[in-house]
Structure formats: C-alpha cells, structure tokens
Design a protein around this ligand. Structure first.
Ligand SMILES: [Zn+2]
Length: 152
C-alpha cells in the first residue's frame, strides 16, 4: 500500500476494525518512511461459488433459484413469503459457510429440505419430490411413511 504522502511502499498497521457494512476491514496505517497516517479499506473477496449439478455441469450459485423453488413448492400453502425468503437466506449462509468454491446441487437441496421440513409438510414433500426425483411411487410413499413416524 503506497503512502499517499511520499509514495513509500511500506506501512505498518496501527489499528484494524471491521467497517460498518461488516464486509470490509478498516485499517489505520502509518508510513514507515515519513510517518504519515492514512486509512485503507479492505473488502473481503467474494469468490464465485459454483453449483455442480447431477450431470457435472456447473453454474453460478443463485439464491433466487432457491427462492423460486421454494415459492413453487409452497404454492397455496400457508407459508409467508417472509418465511421462504428466510429459508433461502439460511441456505445461502450455510452454503457459504462451507467455504468451498463448489457445492453440489444435492447438498443445497438437502439444506433446503432441512429448513422446509419443520415449516410445512406439503411444501416439503413437493420440494423433495422434485429434488430427489423419486424414481417410483414406492420411494415417495416411504418418505411420507417416515414422516408420519416422526409424528408430523
Ligand atoms: Zn510516507
């Protein structure tokens, strides 16, 4: 970081704190050459997050896609848009917390299902049937049976 005063290329950090937006760090620096003090902001790099689909194709992670899937699943169900948005937010946070550059669409689907299950049974089954692509009625009814056992 060049000193704005003397353009020397050495400075030491004398203070460092998160900026208000929570996405950058504010650093107070002092030039080792002339002692001039200045402030820099460092942003966290937003690394692109790729979703690996079943066929191996990759596409950029898209929170809106998750939300769209949720809205479809919860159609005519008593689930507010607010709740669906929160699910999408939680899922995105969980995916990003993994810290990976690539996440399988399957993992994302599981995250969504975990969030959706306690909120609305029908929406959950609809989502699961699309996501897991139940191959036959048998697999589908097994899922419903297991939910009944859990007392839903
Ligand atoms: Zn300087």
């Amino acid at each position: 970081m060049l000193c704005p005063h003397c353009h020397h290329n050495g400075s030491r950090v004398i203070d460092s704190r998160p900026a208000e937006d929570g996405m950058s760090i504010r650093r107070r620096r002092e030039c080792v050459n002339c002692g001039f003090r200045f402030t820099t902001f460092e942003r966290y790099e937003e690394t692109p997050l790729l979703v690996v689909k079943k066929d191996g194709a990759r596409e950029e992670f898209n929170r809106q896609k998750i939300l769209n899937g949720l809205v479809r699943s919860a159609e005519k169900r008593p689930v507010s848009m607010d709740k669906l948005t929160k699910i999408a937010d939680h899922v995105e946070a969980r995916v990003r917390r993994l810290g990976e550059n690539e996440v399988s669409s399957q993992a994302i689907g599981e995250f969504v299902m975990n969030e959706l299950k306690p909120i609305d049974e029908i929406a959950y089954i609809r989502f699961a049937s699309v996501y897991r692509q139940f191959k036959d009625v048998d697999a589908f009814s097994k899922e419903i049976e297991s939910m009944k056992k859990e007392g839903h």
